[in-house]
Design a protein around this ligand. Structure first.
Ligand code: COA
Length: 161
């Protein structure tokens, strides 16, 4: 059983993240999508809200995708859930430096867990959650970039006056 873990802040989940999950599901038996507590970020959505949106957005994958959260070291959580590898999405060259550093540090911390990079479809290369939050706060239409459940949640966070 080849299980992998896909960590991120998912504040909120976008079609870019879902594209990565779809690719991972094609390659592995089980994908654990794990929401990180990242002390350097102040999320718009609570942990519970992010998990709920992920559950709704990823329900087409059934039991091949599990959703959980963690607070601590990623490699420790990966071991706890029995994952053999960490999935990360690479959208553009600018992602590479940070991702390369993180992959090497994680390998130093735990030599038996490999980082695997997957590239989302080109249409998502410019997408990130900050852009989505900014657009939504200005009441721009983000329905091409996020699933309906996220679109509705963003409308509630940023109601039109
Ligand atoms: N499509 C769209 N957007 C994507 C994307 C994709 N395929 N992949 C990443 N992004 C965006 C995210 O939305 C996020 O946007 P934002 O910064 O505007 O919110 C940004 O790219 C960063 O990606 P994300 O995957 O959320 O990573 P992160 O930097 O928030 O989290 C962790 C990285 C959680 C994996 C890392 O901090 C971690 O492992 N923490 C645990 C502590 C630990 O073990 N530290 C040691 C590591 S060496």
């Amino acid at each position: 059983m080849k299980k992998v873990i896909y960590p991120g802040t998912f504040d909120p989940v976008t079609y870019g993240h879902i594209d990565i999950v779809r690719r991972a599901v094609d390659l592995f038996d089980e994908v654990v999508v794990t929401v990180a507590v990242n002390p350097s970020k102040q999320p718009l959505f609570s942990m519970e809200e992010r998990i709920e949106m992920l559950k709704e957005s990823l329900k087409e994958f059934d039991s091949k995708v599990l959703i959980d959260s963690f607070d601590g070291l990623l490699v420790e959580h990966a071991k706890q859930v029995g994952a053999r590898a960490i999935i990360r999405g690479l959208r553009q060259i600018s992602d590479f430096e940070f991702e390369f550093q993180m992959a090497l540090m994680n390998r130093k911390l735990s030599g038996d867990i490999t980082t695997i990079f997957l590239m989302p479809h080109e249409r998502y290369t410019y997408l990130n959650s900050t852009v989505i939050r900014n657009l939504a706060s200005l009441h721009a239409d983000v329905s091409n970039f996020v699933p309906p459940v996220v679109h509705e949640a963003l409308k509630k966070k940023f109601p039109r006056k």
